[in-house]
Write a protein that binds this ligand. Structure first.
Ligand code: GRF
Length: 216
């Protein structure tokens, strides 16, 4: 069973989708911790589901590296210790050896750039969902950028986080056609409708070993 920490800043609808998925006993991952950088409204989903949750504000630390250290400590306090050798030793039902990771960090609407030391330490067990078809439109304004560029298509990407901004290895994507005259709010809602199942399914594939994360 894959243990996941979900990092949020906002409404947490992606988190909510994961929590909904894990109500099914066959879903191969469980949220062990919700970690926010602010009083995110999405923390309510953790409270409602009785999931441990913590807020670690970067402004409380003298520098980003120290904030990253605190994030790692907080994960470890909840026994989330993603590392290359940390694999799920549970036997597969079909008898094949299990080598998926035991823990995964999932950034789902976390509106901060993670410190490079934190990313390097946990790579590749740290993934992000992004509301565009990377490598197009990285950054915090991806939906607006796609509209401004008059793109015909956009979508959602789940990728491994590296030390760049939305530059890590792409795991999965869903393509969406942009409607004429569509505004940012409606387009983002439509993207989120495809993003949530994509994220839920990507986590399941990582957990059951059908999607292998890149090596370091
Ligand atoms: C998602 O579209 C995510 O890709 C972007 O912010 C949104 C977060 O939505 N970075 P929510 O907080 O999960 O509802």
């Amino acid at each position: 069973m894959l243990k996941i920490a979900v990092l949020i800043s906002g409404t947490g609808s992606n988190l909510q989708a994961i929590l909904q998925a894990q109500k099914n006993p066959d879903y191969p991952a469980r949220v062990a911790l919700v970690l926010a950088d602010r009083d995110a409204p999405g923390l309510q989903h953790a409270r409602d589901a009785n999931i441990p949750h913590e807020t670690v504000r970067p402004t409380k630390y003298p520098n980003r590296a120290d904030w990253g250290e605190k994030l790692t400590e907080t994960l470890a306090a909840h026994e989330i210790t993603p590392s290359a050798g940390d694999t799920d030793k549970t036997a597969r039902q079909d008898g094949t050896p299990a080598h998926p990771p035991a823990c995964l960090i999932v950034s789902a609407g976390f509106m901060r750039i993670l410190p490079p030391g934190f990313v390097t330490r946990h790579y590749p067990h740290i993934i992000n969902t992004h509301p565009a078809l990377l490598p197009r439109y990285p950054g915090a304004h991806a939906v607006c950028d796609a509209l401004t560029a008059n793109a015909k298509q956009t979508g959602a990407t789940v990728h491994v986080i590296d030390t760049g901004i939305d530059t890590g290895p792409i795991l999965r994507q869903t393509v969406l056609n942009i409607k004429p005259g569509e505004n940012e709010t409606s387009l983002h809602e439509r993207i989120k409708n495809v993003e949530r199942p994509l994220l839920v399914d990507t986590i399941a594939r990582i957990a059951n070993g059908t999607l292998t994360l890149p090596t370091r």
